[in-house]
Write a protein that binds this ligand. Structure first.
Ligand code: PRP
Length: 214
C-alpha cells in the first residue's frame, strides 16, 4: 500500500484534479467525509488527511510514503530527510508583508523604525527582514494574522496571499513581497528504495501530468 499525505482545503482541492489526471479516481463523498484515511480508485493507494504543517512529519517518519506540501511549510518546518522530486505548480501563492491602508510602511522602514510584525512564518520573515537590514520584533501567531494590525497587536504582518480577498476584506494592503511559493510532492527517502517498483512509475505519472498541464 502506498500512502499519500495531504491537507484538506487548498492542497486537496488542487491535488485532486492531478490525481484524476493520472488515473486515480476520488469519490467526492469520501473526500467530504470526516474520515482521515481515504481510499482511492487505486486499491494500492490511500490518502491520509493531516494538517498542512504536519505533512513533512508524516513523510519524514515514513507513516506516509508521499505527501503534498507547500514550499512555505517546507521552509518553515524543515525539509530534512525528504526527497522533493516534483514542483506540482499548484497552490501557487505569495508570501507578503501587508499593513493597514494608511500606514506608511516604506516611510517607517526609511526612518529605521523598529516594527512589530505578526506572522506564523517566523523563519521566512526573519530571513526577509535580516536581508533588508531591518530590526523587527516578530510576534508568532497561528492564524488570522490579518487581525493583528487592525487591533494594534502589530504594525504589519507576513502572510500568504492567494487571491488577495482576505487582505481586501480587512482593509490591508500588500507592501512588499517576501517570496513566491507552490506545492511540492515530497517522498520518504527510504520508501523510494524499498517501494521503488511502485513509487517510481507513480512519480513519473505525476511528472508527466504536471508537464502536460496548459
Ligand atoms: C491563508 C492566509 C490568508 C489567506 C489568503 O490562510 O493566512 O488568511 O489564506 O488567501 P486569499 O489571498 O485567497 O484571501 P488559510 O486559509 O490557508 O488558513 P490559515 O489561517 O490556517 O493559514
Amino acid at each position: 500500500m502506498i500512502t499519500l499525505a495531504l491537507s484538506k482545503g487548498r492542497i486537496l482541492d488542487e491535488t485532486a484534479p492531478l490525481l484524476e489526471a493520472i488515473g486515480i479516481a476520488l469519490d467526492p463523498a469520501v473526500l467530504d467525509s470526516r474520515k482521515l484515511i481515504l481510499p482511492t480508485g487505486d486499491p494500492d493507494l490511500q490518502l491520509i488527511i493531516v494538517r498542512a504543517s504536519d505533512v513533512p512529519t508524516y513523510v519524514r517518519y515514513g507513516a506516509a510514503d508521499l505527501g503534498v506540501a507547500g514550499k512555505d511549510v517546507l521552509i518553515e518546518y524543515g525539509d530534512e530527510g525528504l526527497y522533493q522530486p516534483i514542483d506540482l505548480g499548484i497552490g501557487r501563492c505569495r508570501i507578503c508583508v501587508a499593513a493597514r491602508r494608511g500606514f506608511d510602511y516604506q516611510a517607517a522602514v526609511g526612518r529605521g523604525a523598529r516594527l512589530r510584525i505578526a506572522t506564523k512564518y517566523l523563519r521566512m520573515a526573519s530571513e526577509h527582514f535580516a536581508a533588508k537590514g531591518m530590526h523587527v520584533d516578530l510576534i508568532k501567531l497561528y492564524g488570522s494574522m490579518e487581525l493583528a494590525p487592525l487591533v494594534g497587536l502589530a504594525d504589519a504582518i507576513v502572510d500568504l496571499v492567494s487571491t488577495g480577498n482576505t487582505l481586501r476584506a480587512n482593509d490591508l494592503i500588500e507592501v512588499e513581497e517576501v517570496g513566491v511559493i507552490s506545492s511540492r510532492l515530497i517522498v520518504n527517502q527510504a520508501a523510494l528504495k524499498t517501494k521503488a517498483a511502485r513509487l517510481q512509475p507513480l512519480l513519473e505519472r505525476f511528472a508527466a501530468a504536471v508537464a502536460a498541464r496548459p
